[in-house]
Design a protein around this ligand. Sequence first.
Ligand code: NAD
Ligand code: MG
Length: 375
Amino acid sequence: AKHKQLMSSENQTYQVLHVDLGERSYPISIGEELLNNTGLLTQQIKGKRIVVVTNTVVAPLYLAALTARLTNAGKVCSAVILPDGEEHKIWNSLMMIFDHLLEQKCDRKTTLLALGGGVIGDMTGFAAATYMRGVPFVQVPTTLLSQVDSSVGGKTGINHPLGKNMIGAFYQPQAVIADISSLKTLPDKELSAGLAEVIKHGAIIDPVFFDWLEQSMPRLRARDPQALSHAVIRSCEIKADVVRQDEREGGLRAILNFGHTFGHAIESGLGYGAWLHGEAVGCGMVMAAELSCRLGYIDDVVKTRIRKLVEAAGLPVVAPDLGEQRWLELMEVDKKNEGGQIKFILLKPLGTAFITEAPKDVLLETISYCISPTP
Ligand code: NAD
Ligand code: MG
């Protein structure tokens, strides 16, 4: 995302980032009150026929106002309201979207608009990729996680009983509209989960952004709109830049998995849903920093800064005791592994990430220390 523009309409200024993916390029608009900005909505949402896909939690908050604005702007709107939750990111919900599209005789020009968090975004994107072999798709992410992470990069999909995100497609949206004001209604725990991915972006790419996060964490948790806007903009720029260089996950994109090898082990070890993904990633980054430090890639000071920032974001920093053997097993099944060796994203130094393997003894020391850290 190289070109960033400051735009202004209806007394609101907002930023537009251009994600540069050749003919699949698209703009991400980030700012306050964008869902109330008819000018921006009509400019960014091109088609006439819109089907909004949302869920039972988000619909009562934002659906009526959004459809009223779109209708006033001359669009023809209808909505599919799905049950809320990761457990509904499944085939059945996808079918509910297709049922609606076919019943309403929606054609190839119908635009699907995802209004909600990452679950809605991933499912709607996959529905858009496959309905009539592809229809236009716009994302309106309403969680911090979806604004900084899942709405950038073009991964869409659903879960299978045998694995998370196992069925899907790469499919880029026509536009992303991230309204910072929608974060006001987000539960604290969900805000913290989104902050984990924000911290990750600083840790792997941008030490200046990491410094800024250390200074700004209280403002972010108080939902200061200016601080949140900056965090979302910088995160989208960083992720878009990585994705631009590696759209289909051939190599570089793997650095976005910093904290995720440990994090995935926590999620599946405790049972999905026990910790939020962002919570597991927060703790996973503390563990990856510990491993980086034990292997001599970063010093104690950096390691401590990472733990303090994760803690300040309201995220867990002490690892669950799953048992040594179980920890190893869980990390070995991580889907990013090739040839049985566990791959880790480590830091050297702060702001630079690389992929490597780790000696088993150091790994076990890291896990046992992170389960019961001593000052
Ligand atoms: P989510 O979509 O489940 O949203 C979290 C909760 O917040 C839900 O209950 C939701 O209904 C509610 N909510 C959403 N917006 C709200 C608002 N403004 N106010 C109040 N409540 C609101 O979870 P998420 O963290 O946004 O996304 C997680 C999903 O994203 C996972 O399925 C994950 O696999 C996926 N993901 C995808 C990518 C990708 O690249 N496609 C990247 C990261 C995560
Ligand atoms: Mg993640």
